[in-house]
Design a protein around this ligand. Sequence first.
Ligand SMILES: [Zn+2]
Length: 219
Amino acid sequence: MRAMIALLPLMPLLAACGAIPQSRDQQPLRQSTAVFSPRPEAQQCLSGLGQTKASFTPLPDQYYGAGCSTLGTVRLASLRSDNAQLSVSNLGPVTCPLAQNFAAWARYGVDRAARQILGSPLQRIETMGSYSCRNVAGRDRLSAHATANAIDISAFVLADGRRISLSGQWASGSAQERRFLTTIHASACKRFGTVLGPNYNAAHRDHFHLELSRSAFCH
Ligand SMILES: [Zn+2]
């Protein structure tokens, strides 16, 4: 009986531990009545991402105003290739479906191309980030980055230490390095609706913009 009484004051605390981690008042801005509670399709995506053996943390939904939000996003710690873990640098929140496509592209598109064309496995993908509350450069419409639905990729580091960057090797790398970059650009176009690279415009001279969209816009 004494044990029961001793436990009673703890009960609200225990209940709180089991609560949904993100309460409304923790959100940066309340623009919606939605709270963090992964929907069934979101759970399905998270489990699919888990099956790629990616290491990640689901993030609570957040609204930042001006149409900017991170809904159904994860923070990726690492991805998995056929044979090894792949690290990813400088990446913020990404939507789960984008993360899934990114994981598949890294494994089947980038790592395999690195081994076949450059003779070394991929070790790390360097990015210039994902979420950013901003417009498309020079336009008055929101970028896919404003909803964490795009990733900017700047370089690839191989297990043998070579670093293949868009700014360095796209235009002036060796024939093999350029073939590697054009090959993975083409494979990205099969997996992401919108892919923009150095051939598109000067704003993309140093990165691939990978965006999950319904359009097929590959440049
Ligand atoms: Zn971008």
